[in-house]
Design a protein around this ligand. Structure first.
Ligand SMILES: [Mg+2]
Length: 177
């Protein structure tokens, strides 16, 4: 079975531009490519797991989401750390749909499709809803606080196993425990 790094998109792989709808606005967080290299050397594959409620709101178009994901996919292919698939949940922000984080539906679907061992996998995100989605799927979680500054202390969810504002440091910790 494979083991995976599941990653949130906005605020985790790229800077959160608040309902990004333009591929030209993609801006990567510091050290993300080195972090992917490190995870890959430790045998992990990569899946993106993103809530996109802007689609439900009508301020983000699905064809632009596809273009944005294609552009990110190419960049990580250039880095020789390919992303297996991009999953996105288009539902409303107040929806409790099983595919919308903190629910684990997207992770479970990816695990089934790619035969991923969830107990050996990690969910990385900048919000406690990412951390919780990882835990509900049976993974361990990283709370990455470079942009969000969220420290998890005001959340009713179980804290992340790793908390860091540096994605490379978080990757180093995750491969050593
Ligand atoms: Mg995010």
């Amino acid at each position: 079975m494979k083991k995976a790094i599941f990653l949130d998109r906005d605020g985790t792989i790229i800077i959160d531009k608040n309902y990004l709808n333009d591929p030209g606005q993609i801006e990567y967080v510091p050290h993300i490519f080195e972090a992917f290299k490190l995870w890959q050397e430790s045998g992990f594959c990569f899946v993106v797991i993103t809530n996109q409620s802007g689609i439900h709101k009508g301020i983000v178009q699905e064809e632009n989401v596809a273009k944005i994901h294609q552009k990110i996919a190419h960049r990580f292919l250039d880095n020789q750390t390919p992303i297996l698939e991009f999953y996105y949940a288009p539902h409303a922000a107040d929806s409790d749909h099983p595919m919308r984080k903190p629910n684990p539906g997207m992770l479970l679907e990816a695990a089934k499709k790619y035969k991923i061992d969830l107990t050996q996998s990690w969910m990385v995100g900048d919000k406690m809803s990412d951390v919780e989605a990882g835990h509900r799927a049976g993974c361990r979680s990283i709370l990455y606080t470079y942009q969000s500054k969220e420290d998890g202390t005001h959340s009713s969810y179980i804290p992340a196993e790793i908390l860091s504002d540096d994605i490379l440091l978080a990757a180093q910790k995750s491969v050593s425990i």
